[in-house]
Design a protein around this ligand. Sequence first.
Ligand code: PLP
Length: 405
Amino acid sequence: MSTQLAINGGPKSVNKQFPWPVFDQQEVDAVAEVVASGKWGNPDCGDLVEKFEKEFATYCGSKYAITCVNGSVSLRLALIACGVKPGDEIIVPPYTFITTASSVIECNCVPVFVDIDPETYNMDPSQIEAAITERTKAIIPVHFGGLACDMEAIMAIAKKHGLRVIEDAAHAHGAEYKGKKLGSIGDVGSFSFQSSKNLTSGEGGIVVTDDDELYAMMHSLRNVGRIEGGQWYDHYNPGCNYRITQMQAVLLSHQLKRLESQTKRRNENGIFLNELLKDIEGITPLSRNEDITLHCYHIYIFKYDSTKFAGLSKDRFAEMLVAEGVPSFRGYPHPLYKQPLFQNQNFMCYAIPETADYSQVFLPVAEQACSTEAVWILQHAMLGEKEDMEAFASAIVKIQQAQSL
Ligand SMILES: *Cc1c(COP(=O)(O)O)cnc(C)c1O
């Protein structure tokens, strides 16, 4: 094998494209058919949205599912339906996409960050209770990368303190914890169908729940505050038009048929890649225990130790890995609380107290993950063949060997 790195003009370790989204003529025909029908939007214009909602609820093992425009609005619907009031505190992790926390701000509530576990990068349940105050109303665990949070511990804490649990499952379509689909364990599960996600219609989102009241409220909020059985011009709740189109719904119905086999493929590749990478000094895959019955690897994450790469920075390592042809990324540069939104307290809401000050927040595990440790391989690459996983591992070894020359 050549040791000339691709970043310096050498041959790439991986010479393959990993297409995403995955689709064929079925999807093209299905969308074309809806377009030709002229029935593009709900309500009173076809039943494809409801059909997909039933399919997704059944898939998750939940009683109800309600689609909406994206996986950020879905969090907002869940929070409002859970009865949060201005100034309430919501517990969130710092290692996640912005809207896990900014949806809390949009509800005029205060995100309280709890650090992640260094073995899983998910919210550390042993640190949650110290963050609970009399204002705390809910916990939003994020199944980061598709790896299930310790839901047993989180649900027990929520029960003890009378808190709601909203699972941010935007990375976790089809993944499981102790045989249960993620999203179906808390009061509400929230998913995104944005184009990078494991189930996609370009944009879109959905919430699932077993609770009749939460269902009725989220359904109403999604539909401009209308209620089921009510009149078109009667609005009861402060919602908005968050509905999706029939074109999105039909696309999702077809994509959902592919999800189970794609998830199993990523899960198997992830287990195989764990075996390959654990033998490379300075590379440690995140750990998964026996509770993780199915991992969907929206992101395959490993921890990088620069001291085993002659001091090569994580950012430079990640650039080299991309150049070698591995669909990968250095991950978030900073924990969420470092974002200007939080540092500048740019909340535009009097209900969020001045004491919601993030300038002194420092959560060491999230800081380390962002600055020096976490490297991501993206989900579409995890749909590859076994030999692709071998090529990813070889690319890492190649970079390591080039540092010792
Ligand atoms: C993508 C994502 C969201 C938001 O979904 P959108 O559909 O892009 O609005 C929320 N939470 C997490 C963890 C995400 O990755």
